[in-house]
Design a protein around this ligand. Structure first.
Ligand code: C2E
Ligand code: MG
Ligand code: MG
Length: 273
């Protein structure tokens, strides 16, 4: 309880003290071997080498409501960052940025305006922003979340379901919500090399996503074998430590350069030509 209170109080101050920053993980098109997007991931550096993981502070930020200003900061910062990488020629002008969004943010009446203002301020076009929500948006006030997602879609922003398959009501969610991408959770991806049932599940998720016209991203790819299996299953995009860990903005130029000059990509992913 003491630790929790300590974290909660400190979180309120973290934003004004500039203790929060974003790291970014590249998302690669499996067929082309090119970086087509990034996911922004929040880090909280409390000083004295104390970096708190988002799994620890995001749920608290969500519970206390402080995720609303934190999330708004993250969207603005991520889009400003994307704009500067595009302007610097590190990535193509159509590269996308994915930002994680908590249910509480979707219930904030200002959320759509916050997103729209962040797009205007950065000059990034709406199709280049992916908002990642989890199946938990279905749990409380799903109608309100649905209204917000529809308004965001009207803006041209795209919606991804994160950690797909780990929550519940996945299938009704696909029917009801305006979704353009599924991110296959790393717990399924980690099993594909050894486990026939994990392979069947992933194959089925990809087939279902494909037939609904959804973009498919496999999360948490850590081995060449996993990448090759996902490539054989015609998963469109990959993200994971094998390709790159999340990196700070100043390292992204060199990270992209080393990935793009990665002539071994076709061999790595098991393609002959
Ligand atoms: P997520 O959105 O599913 O992000 C992917 C997580 O998997 C990240 O953890 C990333 O570092 C990690 N990851 C990426 N590749 C691999 C891999 O190959 N193997 C393994 N084992 N892990 C990998 P991270 O950065 O600790 O973030 C954890 C979660 O915290 C995120 O999961 C997301 O749900 C949440 N989160 C992070 N940043 C934000 C944010 O700005 N806003 C909100 N609302 N949530 C955030
Ligand atoms: Mg995510
Ligand atoms: Mg995920």
């Amino acid at each position: 309880v003491t630790k929790r209170l300590d974290v909660e109080t400190a979180l309120y101050r973290a934003l004004e003290r500039n203790e929060l920053h974003l790291v970014h993980q590249p998302i690669v098109d499996i067929d082309l071997g090119l970086v087509v997007g990034f996911e922004a991931l929040m880090r909280w550096d409390r000083g004295q080498a104390q970096v708190v993981s988002p799994d620890e502070f995001i749920p608290l930020a969500e519970e206390t409501g402080i995720i609303v200003p934190l999330g708004s900061w993250a969207i603005n910062d991520a889009l400003t960052q994307l704009r500067s990488w595009i302007d610097a020629g590190h990535c193509s002008p159509s590269t996308t940025m994915s930002v994680n969004v908590s249910p509480r943010q979707l219930h904030d009446p200002e959320f759509v305006t916050i997103v729209s203002n962040a797009l205007d301020a950065s000059g990034v076009s709406p199709e280049q922003l992916w908002l990642e929500v989890t199946e938990s948006v279905m749990i409380s006030q799903p109608e309100q979340a649905l209204d917000a997602l529809n308004a965001l879609c009207d803006l041209g922003v795209r919606i991804a379901i994160d950690d797909f398959g780990t929550g519940y009501s996945s299938l009704s969610l696909l029917q009801k919500f305006p979704i353009q991408r599924l991110k296959i959770d790393k717990s399924f991806v980690s099993g594909v090399a050894q486990d026939e049932s994990a392979r069947s599940l992933v194959r089925t998720i990809i087939a279902m996503g494909d037939s609904l016209g959804l973009d498919m991203v496999a999360e948490g790819i850590e081995s060449v074998q996993q990448l090759q299996i996902l490539a054989e299953m015609k998963c469109s995009k990959a993200q994971g430590f094998l390709i790159s860990h999340p990196v700070p903005p100043e390292s992204m130029g060199s990270t992209i350069a080393s990935l793009d000059s990665f002539g071994a990509w076709n061999k790595l992913r098991g393609k002959n030509s």
